[in-house]
Design a protein around this ligand. Sequence first.
Ligand code: FAD
Length: 499
Amino acid sequence: MPDSTVRTVVIVGGGTAGWMTAAAIAQALGPHVAIRLVESSEIGTVGVGEATIPHIRAFNAKLGLDEAEFMRSTQATFKLGIEFRDWGRPGDSYIHPFGAFGPDLGEIGFHQHWLRLRAEGLETSIEAFSAPIVISRLGRFAHPSADPRALLSTFSYAYHFDAGLYAAFLRRYAEERGVQRTDARVADVRLRGADGFIDAIVLDTGEQVSGDLFVDCSGFRGLLIEQALKAGYESWAHWLPCDRAVAAPCHAQEPATPLTRSTALDAGWAWRIPLQHRVGNGYVYCSDFISDEEAEATLLSRLESEPLADPRRLRFQAGRRRKQWSRNCVAIGLSSGFLEPLESTSIYLIQAAIGHLISLFPDGSWDPVDETEFNRLMELELERVRDFLILHYRATQRPGAFWDARRQMAIPDSLAYKLALFEERGAVVRYKDGLFQEPSWLAVYFGQHVSPTGFNPLSAGLPAEALRREFAGIEQAIRRQAEALQPHESYVAQLCAVG
Ligand code: FAD
């Protein structure tokens, strides 16, 4: 067994996962541990993770980052949700907002009253009652109001940022706090004979770097967790068969909106992520239904301006590493598993893994209970996201071979249960306290034409005319307040202006 204290942490990989881990451990454990990060500038990073969910703000806040400095350094814009185009049916557009539909009206969800009024003839879309949807469709932005009674307090926000610049920003932060960086290639991993723990990594310079805890942030290759420790991989490709992507940035031809865009295409979907200095674009596709050349041509034909770099091709398989913590190694980032970026969750999953690692930080006794608990928590995190992603593919009326197969596929029991409850009378269950809360599920259900046959009978207790008046008032108030906000692009420019 190793020495009884974890004094040295060795991180392999300097992508988003590696530098987020280094920064967070340096902040949390400071001088108690020595942190060494090894990355290979020859190998490079994936670097296309640019869209986030609101949890990233808690991560940045924990590090004590200043929002304006962070946004300036990473060319960031704000994000109020994701616009899904053509997902339910060709021609559709709906937004998954970071915020509620309507204000809190008491015992039952706002959407139950909307379902009731809709059954009685109301034609207004539920989107008209969501402040972040109305604001983002107008291309406006403001920080949420701190007054909990205000309509403009009913939302949250995230960022789009340049992942390479974010890693560089966190690198500066981590190095200022003592993290030691080495640019070299890991050529070998040496295991101890007695217990199979990692003893040291061997660099191509000949140096051997030993440590107590090793964090594998080496990306898809899983250099430590898979190649050395053989943790195994559970594939979810039967549910999420997209296995490739091609990405290319370009200049924007329209003002940056606070929205990621996802457009369904014949063999997958395309993303559009507006940053300050460019737009990130990509096509996530299933190689059984389109060739790499066709996918690249499709992406290039959709760009709003000339590509700023050669298209980048990536391969992956949806799923998770069977053990994300094995012996004295913890996998964080792409080395731990992959779910396509349909709901921008990978950076969140990095953040979650870091949080769980810090709260279960090993004391050197290597009690297997820590490993078991970390693996349980991460399995849960991934499963919650997985089901939500599958819903987007299942609930579609799009034509075409790829989409027919998605509609007909068997789905996990946990998702079938959720769908059945919603279709009955609009109840939303969050599987084991899932990451995505009620508004997220509602947005996809309603946006993709999953409609309950009934509604909660408690709504029928309210007088119809008063409810209709209240709804009209809410709709008008949201629209009026949204229209009074500043355009998103000038809001960002003002925030990021120096001095
Ligand atoms: P990588 O970026 O691959 O970094 C691996 C690191 O390991 C590099 O520094 C590399 O040099 C190093 N390394 C590897 N081998 C060695 C070696 N032998 N020796 C030394 N160093 C080595 N996430 C989101 O949250 N939002 C998104 O919008 C989003 N979009 C995505 C789109 C696509 C197509 C893909 C594939 C992913 C997307 N992601 C997104 C995920 C996101 O990109 C990753 O989660 C994030 O970049 C973390 O990657 P990583 O640091 O784990 O791996």
